[in-house]
Design a protein around this ligand. Structure first.
Ligand code: FES
Length: 121
């Protein structure tokens, strides 16, 4: 993990939204978001998983930081894999787990009735 990205790794007190998913590999992934006026102002991710899952989680968090909720929902595992370039073929599911956890946190936030957003496209 590059030092500047370490800021995204960890937990958060009083997040606006959060989610945890346990992947089929048995590892868990958590995302914590501070959402202000429909934007992801702060992101933290945490996983007990492998190096690839940490790299994917941090890249997913880095991509989501500062985005609108709609923009964060457009982040895909493919985008994370293409950006990292070195995710091993047998660890592509780590990118799916990280993006799914981010999206679940946003979905739980939106379904809590706190906010409505428009998604274009
Ligand atoms: Fe379980 Fe990477 S998340 S192997």
């Amino acid at each position: 993990m590059i030092k500047k990205d370490a800021v995204f790794f960890g937990k958060m007190d009083k997040p606006t939204a959060q989610a945890r998913i346990q992947g089929p590999c048995g590892d868990s992934m958590e995302f914590f978001l501070k959402i202000v006026r429909n934007k992801v102002r702060q992101v933290r991710c945490f996983t007990s998983g492998c190096g690839a899952s940490k790299a994917c989680a941090v890249e997913t968090a880095r991509m989501a930081q500062g985005k609108s909720l709609a923009g964060a929902l457009l982040i895909s595992p493919g985008k994370v894999i293409r950006t990292l370039k070195n995710v091993p073929e047998d660890h592509l599911h780590c990118a799916i787990l990280s993006v799914s956890t981010l999206h679940r946190a946003i979905a739980l936030y939106l379904m809590s009735g706190k906010k409505k957003i428009k998604v274009r496209g």
